[in-house]
Each structure stands twice: as structure tokens, then as C-alpha cells.
Design a protein around this ligand. Structure first.
Ligand SMILES: Nc1ncnc2c1ncn2[C@@H]1O[C@H](COP(=O)(O)OP(=O)(O)OP(=O)(O)O)[C@@H](O)[C@H]1O
Length: 264
């Protein structure tokens, strides 16, 4: 029997205020070891979709399930790396403390981190190659190191499902390669991943599936069949350029702004 998907959406519409749709027609599945790239222009609904998987945005239509329950209930078992983080670079908090914060969802507010928690934090830091920087102030790390630190924070719950919102933004080539390698390893271990990105090449290198979105879902499916010129043009508009071949598509990804918000 095929195992139940880690996340499944059927005709889902999401809304922040309970009536204005923020994104619609969402139909997707993420299974163990699969990685889904969310691709679309700015303000097209990528972050909204990720937020809905941890219950930060609710559906106003359709049916969805995450880890067999609602996004809100599943949140403790999910690793979520948001696009922007609230950590003030001036705040005197070490990288290790930032990563340990990721355990608090598991620990609950009244438990002090124990041996297992410390070991899990050590393993996550090692996984993202930051062990030697553990005691540095978070704000003193480079942008790429901070990104990797936030990934470590998302990993300390040992999630079955990992959600990453534009994790490659601002990374240099080395950090990018390291992050891609980590994501491939996680897939091999059976972790399901959803990652929003503007980078089609990266999507191809890391992901098994793609969902193209521009306030509505344009297409979803295996990446090699679905990330095709017709779908990219439908997502980004004609100004996305003309793509003759698959290589063109990867060489010339030109995201353009989404249309003004009109309530779909
Ligand atoms: N907190 C919020 N309250 C109300 N509307 C919101 C909120 N956050 C986003 N939206 C709206 O939802 C729509 C989708 O935005 P979203 O942030 O999901 O896009 P995105 O594809 O992640 O964009 P980007 O690539 O710029 O991060 C936009 O119209 C946006 O204005």
C-alpha cells in the first residue's frame, strides 16, 4: 500500500482574513523523500502556501491534510524556515542558542534542554557545517552562515516535513552548494521538503516536483514534465521570455512582478 502523503491539498483556497482569497486552486501531494519547488513571481502565494502547512494561514475552501491532520496540529512535527526572521542582529544571542530555540516546540515552555536536546542541536550544527561557529554571536555570522543556522534550527525537531521559504536568497556559491547537498541528503533519509524559490536551475537540481503559482495554481507535477516553457509563461507572463528548449528555460528564468492584488 502506498503510504499516505505527508501533505495533500485538494482544491484549496487560502485566505488571511477569512474571505479574501490569497491563493487558490491548490492541488498537491508531498510524499516521503520528495522535494517540491514552489515557483512563481513576487506576491504569487508561495509563502502563503508554506504558512498554511504550519497552520499560520487557514483554508476557506477545499480539503487539506498535513501529516495526517491539520497544519496547526502538525506544526510541532514540521521544520519551518520562514523568509524573514525576527532575530535582531544586535541581540546578544549565540548561534547555538538560536538553534536550541527550535527545540522549544518539542520541549514546551517549562522544560529545560536536556542531554538529548543538546545532542540534537550538536548534530544539526554539524549537518550544516557550523560546529566551529556555535558560540559566536548570531549577528556576527555571514548571511550564508545565518541562513544555514536557521536551517539547523528547523532541523532540530527531526521533522518529517521541512518547509523552506527562499532559503537560497543571498547565498554565495559555496553556501548554496552546501545547502543543496544537505537537502539531497535529507531527501535520501525520507524527509519531505517544500521550498520556495525563484531559481529554476536550483529547483531542477534539488527537487522532484514543482508547483507553479501566480495567485492560482498553474501546474503541479514531476519537475521534468511540469517545469516546461508553456507553464513558465503562464506563470510569469510573456515577459518571462521565449523558451525554445529546456536548457533555455533554465538559463533564462526571468521572474516578473505579479499583477496588482485584485482578490483574484
Ligand atoms: N499577512 C498577510 N495578510 C494579508 N495578506 C497577505 C499577508 N501576507 C501576504 N499577503 C498577500 O498574499 C498574497 C501572496 O503573498 P505571498 O507572500 O504568499 O507571496 P510570495 O509568492 O511568497 O511572494 P515573494 O516571492 O515576494 O515572497 C499577496 O497578495 C500578499 O499581499
Amino acid at each position: 500500500m502506498t503510504p499516505q502523503p505527508l501533505a495533500e491539498y485538494r482544491d484549496v483556497t487560502l485566505s488571511y482574513d477569512g474571505h479574501t482569497p490569497a491563493s487558490a486552486d491548490l492541488n498537491l501531494q508531498i510524499r516521503e523523500g520528495e522535494a517540491l519547488a514552489l515557483v512563481g513571481p513576487n506576491a504569487s502565494g508561495k509563502s502563503t502556501l508554506l504558512k498554511s502547512m504550519v497552520g499560520l494561514v487557514d483554508p476557506i475552501g477545499g480539503w487539506m491534510q498535513v501529516l495526517g491532520t491539520s497544519g496547526r496540529r502538525a506544526a510541532r512535527e514540521i521544520g519551518y524556515m520562514p523568509q524573514t526572521d525576527e532575530i535582531d542582529p544586535e541581540f546578544p544571542i549565540s548561534l547555538r542558542q538560536v538553534v536550541t530555540m527550535g527545540r522549544f516546540r518539542k520541549l514546551g515552555p517549562l522544560r529545560w534542554p536536556g542531554k538529548t536536546d543538546r545532542q540534537t542541536v550538536d548534530a544539526a550544527l554539524e549537518r550544516v557545517n557550523l560546529t566551529e561557529h556555535a558560540h559566536k554571536r548570531f549577528g556576527d555570522l555571514s548571511g550564508g552562515q545565518q541562513q544555514r543556522g536557521l536551517l539547523a534550527r528547523a532541523l532540530v525537531t527531526n521533522p518529517k516535513l521541512l518547509l523552506l521559504d527562499e532559503p537560497f536568497n543571498g547565498l554565495d556559491t559555496t553556501s548554496r552548494q552546501q545547502l543543496m547537498q544537505t537537502l539531497r541528503e535529507l531527501r535520501e533519509e525520507g524527509v519531505g521538503i517544500a521550498v520556495s524559490t525563484h531559481d529554476l536551475e536550483l529547483a531542477h537540481q534539488v527537487c522532484s516536483h514543482v508547483l507553479l503559482i501566480n495567485r492560482r495554481q498553474i501546474a503541479f507535477g514531476p519537475i521534468h514534465e511540469t517545469l516546461i516553457p508553456e507553464h513558465v509563461t503562464a506563470t510569469f507572463g510573456e515577459s518571462a521570455g521565449h523558451f525554445d528548449t529546456h536548457d533555455d528555460l533554465i538559463a533564462h528564468p526571468h521572474p516578473v512582478p505579479a499583477p496588482e492584488r485584485t482578490g483574484l
